[in-house]
Design a protein around this ligand. Structure first.
Ligand SMILES: Nc1ncnc2c1ncn2[C@@H]1O[C@H](COP(=O)(O)OP(=O)(O)OP(=O)(O)O)[C@@H](O)[C@H]1O
Ligand SMILES: [Mg+2]
Length: 321
């Protein structure tokens, strides 16, 4: 493939400048989450029977896959005790009431239940913290019932084991795994803006990329790595089951008729893609075909101008080569 006009380094530079959350911002937001966690820990020291057991950074800030467009800090709060409601709406009210107790310096309107989470907003600087409840019964690996941000159902899973799962792939391909994940999330975000009804959640993007990594795909050349991801989606039609054996054997995944099947590495009964319809899967396949074609065209285009124009189909018009 020709790299004369736009090469790996051009994509890497674009990622640094336009895609990635800058390190100082990431550090600032992580510190913000840490201060909130420490507040809770202080409260717990004085109230050992308090039912909010732990606060944990989750989501892209914890995984090191956050985009520049990050708009909230994801945090999971572990709730134990038999008096915690199991109805989501009531659980969120309960969580908000408890958070107000633990953070008396916050005014009540700074702690607001949303559809499937509670936001804690800060006066002045910083992002809102999005607190997602996990019903927790004491598991040592912090397995618990996480409230799905898609439909409010309870998902039995473990945030720290997810973080370890991603860390393992990041170690296998230092800097490249996280960078390619961010480039692909950036692409998916653009598709959501451009194409009506398009959805492709970040965790699915990361799990597909982890699958390719596990199969030996080298991610050190970003045009090749992105092309490999799009090619996988096009070839599999997104209808090939993906299962990881970090925590259970493949045979633990039972019969399943969901259109897209990407199983939670922690729980063989949790299909992360279960809500995706055939139409939505087809839309992802179409978008991946278009992106793959654009990269192919870019790599054989005769002029710099044309090459850049093809890359813009994948990365948007802010890409200037
Ligand atoms: N269906 C699911 N089953 C189990 N865990 C899930 C599921 N969806 C999300 N999670 C957990 O929530 C975390 C955050 O979700 P997701 O990866 O979609 O968002 P993110 O990494 O914060 O990305 P974004 O940049 O889009 O906010 C995941 O890393 C995973 O631990
Ligand atoms: Mg997030």
């Amino acid at each position: 493939m020709s790299r004369a006009h736009v090469d790996h380094r051009a994509i890497a530079r674009f990622a640094e400048e336009r895609v990635n959350l800058p390190r100082d911002k990431a550090d600032e937001y992580r510190a913000q989450a840490r201060r909130l966690r420490e507040k809770l820990e202080t409260y717990l020291d004085e109230h050992p029977n308090f039912t909010l057991r732990r606060m944990m950074l989750s989501g892209s800030l914890a995984k090191g896959t956050a985009l520049r467009t990050l708009n909230d800090i994801d945090v999971a709060v572990y709730i134990s005790g038999s008096d915690a409601p199991h109805d989501v709406k009531q659980l969120l009210e309960y969580l908000a009431e408890r958070l107000r107790k633990a953070f008396p310096n916050f005014s009540p309107d700074q702690v607001k239940p949303q559809t499937y989470s509670v936001t804690v907003s800060f006066k002045g600087t910083g992002l809102d913290v999005d607190v997602v409840p996990v019903l927790y019964a004491g598991d040592s690996a912090w397995r618990g019932n996480l409230v799905s941000q898609e439909d409010g159902s309870f998902l039995e899973t473990s945030i720290p084991l997810h973080l370890e799962f991603i860390r393992k792939r990041k170690r296998a391909q230092e800097t490249h795994f996280a960078q390619v994940a961010r480039l692909l999330k950036f692409w998916a975000r653009r598709m959501k803006q451009e194409r009506e009804g398009f959805r492709f959640k970040s965790f699915m993007v990361e799990l597909i990329l982890a699958h390719l990594t596990d199969q030996g795909q080298d991610l050190s050349d970003y045009p090749d790595a992105m092309q490999a991801f799009f090619t996988y989606i096009a070839r599999s039609n997104l209808r090939q089951r993906i299962v990881f054996t970090d925590h259970y054997p493949v045979s633990d995944v039972g019969k399943c008729f969901d259109v897209v099947q990407i199983f939670d590495p922690i729980n063989p009964t949790n299909n992360v893609a279960k809500l995706y319809t055939a139409e939505q899967a087809d839309a992802i396949v179409d978008a991946a075909l278009d992106a793959g074609d654009a990269i192919d065209a870019a790599l054989s285009a005769p002029t710099k101008e044309l090459t850049v124009r093809y890359w813009q189909k994948v990365l948007g018009s802010t890409f200037q080569g």
